[in-house]
Design a binder for this molecule. Structure first.
Ligand code: DGL
Length: 263
């Protein structure tokens, strides 16, 4: 099937993935769908969240007719990739914490995983750690509040230094441990949007690793037919989001349309 690349997230986090995809495939057409009515996903119960993710993605696929779905959300991917793949006939590319590249990079062998409270405790995440970072100490930092800050920022409200420092306190502390954290996995797609602030506030220099480039590579492997030259770049939300219009436009998306879910 030929069509745009559909990017899905709970909110604006997928825009960090959209940026990586646009860099890799500048000619491709994109659609963006976010479930802002249910945000933040990180504090939802697994069973209801799985059903919701499948329902929103099915509606978004119907609206966009994409050639590939990119689940640009670690919280959704570590939970519902299997269900999405069985429900859809197009390739589905997930986003999971970049534990492997972080382990390749870390010299101190102490890595921090900065993600939602759901992602830090998921069996999928533990499996990644067991497979790729067995010899590393992992400090899990759940930062659901940073998702909220990123949403506010994309609606035009810069974050306060005090709030960010409070959210990041466990991470800054771990940079003082023995051995110190030297590498941080940005295990939530909202967080690369906040990177300039995180870098500025960090007490030490750190490696910050996200999944954007790996997702772009994977999209190229599973689908070669999205490059239609048709630049529709529509965006969809599940709740009205006037404040997001400018943020979406910065990433090349049109004003959001309301996505209708089948009841
Ligand atoms: N952007 C999402 C992720 O990568 C989650 C944000 C949320 O909690 O809704 O995990």
């Amino acid at each position: 099937m030929t069509g745009p690349i559909l990017i899905f997230d709970s909110g604006v986090g997928g825009l960090s993935v959209a940026y990586a995809l646009r860099c890799a495939y500048p000619e491709a057409a994109f659609c963006y769908a976010c479930d802002n009515a249910w945000l933040p996903y990180g504090v939802r119960q697994d069973a209801e969240l799985t059903a919701r993710i499948v329902a929103v993605c099915l509606a978004a696929v119907e609206a966009c007719q994409p050639s590939v779905l990119v689940v640009a959300c670690n919280t959704a991917s570590t939970l519902a990739l299997e269900q999405l793949r069985s429900a859809l006939s197009i390739p589905v590319v997930g986003t999971v914490p970049a534990i492997k590249p972080a382990a390749n990079l870390s010299k101190s062998r102490h890595i921090a995983l900065l993600a939602t409270s759901a992602t830090v405790r998921r069996p999928y995440t533990q499996q990644l750690i067991d497979n790729f970072a067995k010899d590393c100490r992992i400090t899990r930092v759940a930062a659901d509040g940073l998702v909220v800050e990123a949403e506010r920022w994309l609606s035009g409200n810069p974050p306060s230094q005090m709030r960010l420092n409070a959210l990041m306190a466990p991470l800054w502390q771990a940079t003082d441990d023995t051995p110190p954290v030297d590498t941080v996995v940005l295990g939530c797609t909202h967080f690369p949007l906040m990177l300039p602030w995180l870098e500025a506030l960090s007490p030490v220099e750190l490696n910050w690793v996200d999944s954007g480039a790996a997702i772009a590579r994977r999209v190229g492997q599973v689908s070669e037919t999205f490059n239609t030259g048709r630049r529709d770049n529509r965006s969809f939300t599940t709740a009205t989001a006037k404040g997001l219009q400018a943020g979406l436009a910065d990433y090349g998306f049109s004003a959001p349309e309301l996505l209708r879910l089948k009841s």
